[in-house]
Write a protein that binds this ligand. Structure first.
Ligand SMILES: Nc1ncnc2c1ncn2[C@@H]1O[C@H](COP(=O)(O)OP(=O)(O)OP(=O)(O)O)[C@@H](O)[C@H]1O
Length: 244
């Protein structure tokens, strides 16, 4: 039987250097695209790093398809595209994809890598080192590496930043294809008008705490707001007690 794709975050707290960065964060997500929104410093990247098993929670926990985050099985199921690409300075583009393809024993990784490099206009950069690439190209390579793993749970931290329009259109199609395949996507981004077209449900984070969560339709109905930008302002203002 196919493994149920799920993400369950329960009472997650993360302290860094004595400061509380995540405070009793709890939500559930299933297949589809869950948008993660919140102001700068809300804790979105920290939350994604806890889900990916890169950071250990101070308290509480994360289960990826029933497996504790950070366990071998959960790591195998999860892929993170970080906000700031984490590339190896001494490896070329081709060596990066070969390393990730082999490391994760991704099925048919060579064909998949060739397709992804072509889609994101990196085929002719195969012999280049990260320092020889533009910032946007480095982000495209990080995207290719995140997709190459063939994970069912994908965490994208501001994936559209720095992408040219063509790559952004391809990424949008990629995210829609992942949803159609039944993958679980957690998508952090600030461009709310774009996110509104993609997300099935939303999680709002501010100062390390969940302020609202639900489907766009439910959130619209609750606040009487027309779109995500308006909902966002309502949620964030009510979190700070503003009435405007
Ligand atoms: N390694 C660290 N050491 C100290 N503080 C940290 C560290 N990592 C994150 N923080 C703090 O945790 C808070 C949340 O940061 P985080 O990067 O998770 O926010 P974010 O919601 O992703 O922000 P942005 O939208 O700007 O990317 C910030 O106040 C940040 O300064």
């Amino acid at each position: 039987m196919a493994e149920e794709i799920s993400l369950v975050v329960t009472g997650l707290c993360k302290d860094i250097d004595g400061a509380t960065i995540l405070d009793e964060v709890g939500f559930r997500a299933g297949p589809g695209i869950t948008g993660l929104v919140g102001p700068n410093g809300a804790g979105k990247t920290t939350l994604m790093r806890c889900i990916a098993g890169i950071l250990a929670p101070t308290r509480g926990g994360v289960a990826v398809c029933g497996q504790p985050a950070g366990s071998d099985h959960a790591r195998q199921l999860t892929s993170l595209m970080p906000e700031h690409p984490d590339l190896y300075p001494g490896l070329t583009v081709a060596e990066h994809v070969a390393f990730i393809g082999r490391l994760h024993r991704a099925p048919r990784w060579r064909d998949h890598a060739a397709q992804l490099l072509e889609r994101y206009q990196l085929t002719d950069k195969a012999d280049k080192l990260p320092r020889e690439l533009s910032q946007g190209m480095c982000r495209k390579l990080a995207l290719v590496l995140a997709l190459l793993k063939g994970a069912r749970v994908l965490l994208f931290d501001e994936p559209f930043n720095g992408l040219d329009p063509e790559a952004a259109i391809d990424l949008r199609a990629e995210l829609e294809a992942l949803r159609a395949q039944g993958a679980l996507v957690l998508l952090s981004m600030h461009a709310l008008a774009d996110l509104e077209r993609l997300a099935d449900r939303l999680v709002f984070l501010r100062e390390g705490r969940i302020r609202a969560a639900g489907s766009l339709d439910d959130l619209r109905a609750e606040g009487g707001a027309a779109g995500l930008e308006e909902i966002y302002l309502q949620v964030m203002r009510s979190a700070t007690g503003e009435t405007r």
